[in-house]
Write a protein that binds this ligand. Structure first.
Ligand code: SF4
Ligand code: SF4
Length: 286
């Protein structure tokens, strides 16, 4: 099994389009996991039927039994996050440190599990798809990503698939690091622009830090040939194989609006480039 993560260093580069295309191309040989838990959207293209949602306990938070609270205000004075006022907990502010529960003279406060989101396993035309949704304001997205990857790895081994394909989050922060860690290879999706090049460099630095082999492709490469050439030069300088230059193709947007993977439109230029990308990845010993 090869674990491949698709990342972009920034949002809006077409990472999910590429992931969905690869998943569709490798239909029957792949298990997909969408680790963009803050804004998951791979399911909009692959359209899996999801099973029951499993709660994700991201941490703990204070809970007050108001019948025991004397209103002494000790918790309010001690909480450095301003998350509690005389026993009333602001759930979005509580960091779960537990100090108020230790200090409450009436034992009115206790620490309880805080559900920060949900994850589930689904079945799509290409195979099994895992997805999650972090609740607004919930933290520990990296922890949820790690949990999803653990479940995905277990299922992928069970199903003996050739590919474990991870559609990652944008940026280079905690959830991206959690998505990147432990993969065999990274496919970086770059866009031909100054910010695209800048964010690609940050992402490739991160992959080098984790010791993960990196490959790249440029999306909408023909929209800005000069920047595409700069991305290409940077890949060459870093010895990162550039596997595809995907042309701008209005069919990609049309497919996204219809909720279809672009590979299913074999007659479009982007579909052809994505099919070539999938074949090249399959030929490389990642
Ligand atoms: S410390 Fe306990 S008793 Fe005092 S206000 Fe807070 S919850 Fe109520
Ligand atoms: S658990 Fe910590 S952060 Fe939350 S209300 Fe109590 S003292 Fe504040």
């Amino acid at each position: 099994m090869t674990k491949l993560v698709v990342l972009s260093g920034k949002g809006g580069t077409g990472k999910t389009t590429v992931s969905a295309a690869l998943a569709t191309h490798w239909r029957g040989e792949v298990l997909c996991v969408d680790t963009d838990v803050d804004a998951a959207n791979l399911h909009l293209v692959l359209q899996p039927t999801f099973g029951p949602e499993v709660p994700f306990v991201g941490g703990r938070m204070a809970y007050c039994d108001e019948t025991r609270c004397s209103g002494c205000g000790r918790c309010t004075a001690l909480c450095r996050f301003h998350a509690i006022a005389a026993g009333t907990v602001r759930s979005l502010s509580c960091e779960g440190c537990g100090l108020c529960a230790l200090a409450c003279p009436e034992q009115a406060l206790q620490m309880i599990d805080h559900v920060g989101g949900y994850w589930s396993v689904g079945t799509a035309d290409c195979g099994t798809v895992l997805g999650a949704r972090l609740l607004p304001g919930a933290g520990n997205s990296g922890k949820l990503v790690s949990l999803l990857k653990e479940e995905a790895t277990r299922l992928a081994k069970e199903q003996q698939v050739r590919w474990l394909l991870c559609d990652g989050p944008p940026g280079t922060g905690c959830p991206t690091m959690a998505a990147l860690a432990g993969n065999d290879a990274l496919l970086a999706v770059a866009e031909p622009s100054a910010s695209g090049l800048h964010d690609l460099c940050r992402l490739l630095d991160l992959a080098a830090h984790f010791g993960i082999s990196a490959y790249a492709c440029i999306n909408k490469a023909d929209l800005a040939p000069a920047f595409a050439a700069q991305v290409s030069d940077e890949c060459m300088r870093r010895r990162v194989p550039l596997l595809a230059k995907i042309p701008y193709d209005p069919e990609v947007g049309a497919c996204a609006r219809r909720g279809e993977p672009v590979v299913d439109r074999g007659d479009s230029p982007a579909a052809a480039a994505l099919a070539t990308l999938a074949s090249r990845l399959a030929e490389i010993d990642l």
